[in-house]
Design a protein around this ligand. Structure first.
Ligand code: HEM
Length: 406
């Protein structure tokens, strides 16, 4: 069986995945650390794998030498993406209350206000890097507000997260960032213990201290995952979505003319170029068969969400961005027991972020040649390093909404 070329998977993910899906839909691959895994690329196999309780996320079910993904210290590692039921069910239920559709909808005004303020901060300049100036600060602000991270600590958090994500490029910097982040979360939990606020982390500390429903490591790991997942995927999806619209001016015009398309449009943007090309690694708890290939218990299985979302057997003409297509069943946010806990927040943030940019920055265009717009060279994460744009300088207000707001 031919082995997957991981370098081309990082450099040209969609072409590589298409080739694999046709020739070898369950393929052998070797991760950046030299450890092997199976890569699954057909929609039907990926969707079934995501919902299969025999595919464990608990690293203790892995045989030694298999690809494990990020190695984290214990205070960050006891998180939902490393757990199976019943522990997973118990911990998830504690955080889930904060992310119901109703609780998230109540955040709409503050997310809109944050997006408006960011745009106004650079609207007069006529140019910006929409990753650094907009897509990154917006989700950090929102998840920090939900969890109760004080404003002065938010920029440090972004530096640490970025260093951890670039672990394969600079392992020493990633390790140092993990130590700092662990210390920071420990101090934050201690602060919430002595002076609780009206935030999710204070609620979780209370759940731990009063009902014993969480261990201390589960508490810090949950805080870490919410911060990390709430930031990493959102910043990348906002950036890629704006780029996809710039690449498809007719679709951008359609969205401007028909605001009612927004809800469906963001589902298509997530399907088309989502930030998580691979689900978290999974380990079969018994020998299994996926797409006709036998996989032994404890071997690493990587389900490709990007390949599934571009499978023509599920989405006709999958490489075409079509904001009006039916996207039902896309797996950009996962599926099954580990389905994205923050999905309602992710959707609302993306709706507001995209809508505010396309309406608030008239004449929006790239300010560098298209070939100079780069994605991070990673198989785990699909995200832009920068998105340099130009636009007609103004005050950043959305023309259609100005009257209603004044
Ligand atoms: C914006 C785009 C986002 C995307 C595309 C995304 C995608 C995903 C995916 C694919 C998974 C499942 C991983 C797997 O099963 O292997 C997941 C899980 C998760 N996401 Fe998101 N996510 C996003 C935003 C968020 C936000 C804003 C938060 C929250 C604050 C969040 C919190 C989580 C958590 C806690 C889990 C683990 C759930 C569990 O294991 O039960 N995500 N996400």
């Amino acid at each position: 069986m031919p082995e997957v070329n991981v370098a081309s998977l990082a450099a040209q993910p969609y072409a590589t995945l298409e080739g694999l899906r046709g020739a070898c839909p369950v393929a052998r691959a070797v991760g950046p650390d030299g450890a092997p895994f199976w890569l699954v690329t057909r929609y039907a196999d990926v969707a079934a794998g995501l919902a299969d309780p025999d595919l464990s996320l608990d690293r203790r079910n892995a045989t030694p030498g298999q690809y494990h993904g990020l190695s984290l210290p214990p205070a960050l590692d006891a998180n939902l993406l490393n757990m199976d039921a019943p522990d997973h069910t118990r911990v998830r239920a504690l955080a889930a209350r904060a992310f119901t559709a109703q609780r998230v909808e109540a955040l709409r005004p503050s997310i809109q206000q944050a997006a408006d303020e960011l745009i106004r901060g650079f609207a007069a300049r006529g140019e910006a890097d929409l990753v650094a100036d907009y897509a990154a600060p917006l989700p950090i602000l929102i998840i920090s507000q939900i969890l109760g991270v004080p404003a002065p600590d938010r920029s440090d958090f972004r530096l640490w997260t970025d260093a951890i994500l670039a672990a394969s490029a600079d392992p020493a910097a990633a390790k140092a960032a993990m130590v700092q982040l662990t210390g920071f979360l420990g101090r934050l939990v201690a602060d919430k213990r002595t002076s609780p606020g009206a935030d999710l982390l204070s609620d979780l500390v209370q759940a731990r201290d009063e009902n014993g429903s969480l261990s201390e490591e589960e508490l810090t790991s949950l805080a870490f995952l919410l911060l990390f997942a709430g930031y990493e995927n959102s910043v990348h999806l906002i950036g890629s979505s704006i780029l996809a619209l710039l690449d498809h001016p007719d679709e951008m015009k359609r969205l401007l003319a028909q605001p009612e398309l927004l809800e469906g449009a963001i589902e298509e943007l997530a399907r088309y170029d989502g930030p998580a090309p691979l689900a978290i690694r999974r380990f079969p708890t018994r020998d299994v068969e996926i797409g006709g290939t036998r996989i032994g218990a404890g071997e690493t299985v990587m389900l490709s969400l990007a390949a599934a979302n571009r499978d023509p057997a599920r989405f006709p003409e999958p490489d075409r961005l079509d904001l009006q297509r039916s996207t039902g069943g896309h797996v950009a946010l996962g599926r099954g027991a580990h389905y994205c806990l923050g999905a309602p927040l992710a959707r609302l943030e993306l709706q507001i972020a995209v809508d505010t940019v396309v309406r608030g920055l008239p004449g929006l265009r790239l300010s560098v040649p298209r070939d100079d717009v780069r994605f991070r060279p990673s198989i785990r994460t699909r995200g832009l390093t920068a998105l340099p744009v130009a636009f007609d300088a103004g005050d950043g207000r959305q023309p259609q909404l100005q009257e209603g707001r004044q």
